[in-house]
Write a protein that binds this ligand. Structure first.
Ligand SMILES: Cc1cc2nc3c(=O)[nH]c(=O)nc-3n(C[C@H](O)[C@H](O)[C@H](O)COP(=O)(O)OP(=O)(O)OC[C@H]3O[C@@H](n4cnc5c(N)ncnc54)[C@H](O)[C@@H]3O)c2cc1C
Length: 409
C-alpha cells in the first residue's frame, strides 16, 4: 500500500491524514510537539469558531485577493459539509447570532479527542516530538527527535506546518528556510488578525489597559484608497489596541503601515446616534456641569471612552458642539506598528500559490503537497481560518493518496 507522510498535526494535517487514509493510503503523521492539535485547542479557549453560515459568495470574498486560489478547496468542503463532518464525530454545532458556527459546548477538546480516536482506530500512526528538518540525500524526510535523527520514506508528503504565530504551540515557521533553500517562492510571514501599537499617554495606559471599548464603528482606508467600515468592540492594551473590530481592519492597517509608516483609524464612539442628533444634544446649555458630566449626559460617553477621547485629543476636548460631535463620531487613532507575528491570531504570507498546482502540490517537488496556514492566504476571524485549513487539508490528503497510489513502486 502507498504511504502518505503528513508533517504537522494541526487541523490541516489531521484532516489531510484522514482524507489520505479514507482514500486508501497508509498514513504516518509527524509533529514536533509532545501532542498534536495544540493551537486548535488554544482556539477553543475563546469559543471555537469553526466556520460561518453566510452564503458562499460573501464567504469566499473573505479570502480577498487569495480567493481564487483557495476556492476549489472550500467549494469541495463548504461550511455545511464541515458541520456534517463534526456531527460524524459526535459534536453538534450551532449558528450564533452573528452567523458564526460553533460546537454547542464551544470547546475544541471534545472534538479533537473524538477525531484522534477515530484516526488512530483507522490506523493513522502518530510520531510526536519529531521535528522535520528537510530531506536527506536519498530523498527521505529527515526528522530530529530526542532519540536521534529519523529518516522516513514516503510515496507522497503533505506539509501542514502552520504559520508563525504563537510559536510555543508548535508552528514556529522554521520550515520557511527549508523550503526557501529549495527555491520555493514564499511570501514573507506577517501578522494577521493582530493588535497594533499606539502611543498612549502613561496615565491612559495605566488606567485603562485591559478595558473593552464597546460598541464602536471603525473606518480605515486601504492602500488602494478603498474605505471600509466595521462595527464591533476592541480592547485597550498596554501597547495599543487589539480584539474583534481591530482584527477586522488589521490586514488593511498592516498594509498601510508598511506603505506609509502609520495608519489612522477613524472611530465612531456612538455609532447608534447620528451626527445631527449628537450636535443638537451637545448644543444644550452646559450650565455648571463639568465636561465629563456633559459628555456622559449628552452622549453616554464615560469611563474608557471618555479617557480615549481625552488621550487622543491631548485633553483638549472642544467646547463647540459641532466640533465635539464631529470628533466623537470620527475619533482619529494613529496605529504605529502591528504587534509581532508571535502574538497574532494568524499568519499572512507563506508558500506562494505560484509554486503550487491546483491540487496544492509543489510544482518543483512532485509528490509534496502543502496545506493550511503555511499557504499564502489570509482571512479575518469568523471561522474562515479553520475552514480554510480543514478544506485545504482535505484536498491535499486526497490528492496525496492518489499521487502515492499512482507513483508508489
Ligand atoms: C488564540 C487563537 C485563537 C484562534 N481562534 C480561532 C477560531 O476560533 N476560529 C478559526 O477559524 N481560527 C482560529 N484561530 C486560528 C487557527 O487556530 C489556525 O488558523 C489553525 O490552527 C491553523 O491550522 P494549521 O493546521 O494550518 O496549523 P497549526 O494548527 O499551527 O498546526 C501546525 C502543526 O505543525 C507542527 N509543526 C510545525 N513545524 C514543524 C516541524 N518543523 N516539524 C514537525 N512539526 C511541525 C506544529 O507543532 C503544529 O502541530 C485561532 C488562533 C489563535 C492563536
Amino acid at each position: 500500500m502507498a504511504t502518505v507522510v503528513v508533517v504537522g498535526g494541526g487541523p490541516a494535517g489531521l484532516m489531510a491524514a484522514e482524507a489520505a487514509m479514507t482514500a486508501g493510503a497508509t498514513v504516518e503523521l509527524y509533529d514536533v510537539m509532545p501532542s498534536v492539535g495544540r493551537k486548535f485547542l488554544l482556539a477553543g479557549k475563546g469559543g471555537l469558531n469553526l466556520s460561518h453560515s453566510e452564503p458562499m459568495e460573501p464567504f469566499l470574498s473573505r479570502y480577498g485577493t487569495h480567493r481564487a486560489l483557495i476556492e476549489p478547496a472550500i467549494r469541495s468542503f463548504p461550511p455545511a459539509a464541515l458541520r456534517t463532518w463534526t456531527l460524524g464525530l459526535g459534536v453538534e454545532t450551532f449558528v450564533g447570532t452573528s452567523g458564526r458556527i460553533f460546537p454547542v459546548d464551544l470547546k475544541a477538546a471534545p472534538l479533537l479527542r473524538a477525531w484522534l480516536r477515530r484516526l488512530r482506530q483507522a490506523g493513522v500512526q502518530f510520531h510526536i516530538r519529531h521535528r522535520w528538518c528537510g530531506w536527506d540525500q536519498e530523498g527521505s524526510l529527515l526528522f530530529t527527535t530526542p532519540y536521534g535523527p529519523v529518516h522516513a520514506k514516503a510515496d507522497a508528503v503533505v506539509l501542514a506546518l502552520g504559520g508563525g504565530s504563537w510559536p510555543h504551540f508548535g508552528s514556529d515557521g522554521t520550515w520557511v528556510s527549508i523550503l526557501s533553500e529549495r527555491k520555493i517562492p514564499i511570501a514573507p510571514l506577517k501578522p494577521a488578525n493582530c493588535g497594533f501599537d499606539v502611543q498612549w499617554s502613561e496615565h491612559f495606559r495605566t488606567k485603562f489597559a485591559g478595558y473593552p471599548v464597546k460598541t464602536v464603528e471603525v473606518t480605515v482606508k486601504t492602500v488602494d484608497g478603498i474605505v471600509t467600515r466595521h462595527r464591533g468592540e476592541f480592547v485597550i492594551t498596554a501597547n495599543g489596541v487589539e480584539g474583534g473590530v481591530i482584527y477586522m481592519v488589521s490586514a488593511a492597517a498592516r498594509n498601510v503601515i508598511a506603505a506609509e509608516g502609520t495608519v489612522t483609524l477613524w472611530v465612531d464612539l456612538v455609532p447608534d446616534r447620528t451626527l445631527q442628533r449628537l450636535t443638537k444634544d451637545f448644543a444644550e446649555p452646559r450650565g455648571k456641569r463639568t465636561v465629563a458630566t456633559h459628555l456622559k449626559r449628552c452622549a453616554g460617553i464615560a469611563g474608557v471612552k471618555a479617557g480615549l477621547l481625552r488621550d487622543v485629543l491631548s485633553k483638549d476636548v472642544p467646547a463647540d458642539p459641532v466640533r465635539l460631535a464631529a470628533v466623537i463620531k470620527s475619533l482619529p487613532i494613529t496605529l504605529i506598528a502591528p504587534r509581532p507575528l508571535e502574538e497574532a491570531i494568524s499568519t499572512a504570507g507563506g508558500v506562494s500559490f505560484d509554486a503550487l498546482d491546483r491540487r496544492l502540490m509543489l510544482r518543483s517537488f512532485p509528490g509534496v503537497f502543502c496545506a493550511g496556514e503555511m499557504l499564502d492566504w489570509e482571512a479575518p476571524t469568523g471561522g474562515y481560518l479553520l475552514t480554510g485549513c480543514l478544506a485545504t487539508g482535505r484536498l491535499t490528503g486526497r490528492a496525496a493518496a492518489e499521487w502515492a497510489d499512482e507513483h508508489c513502486v
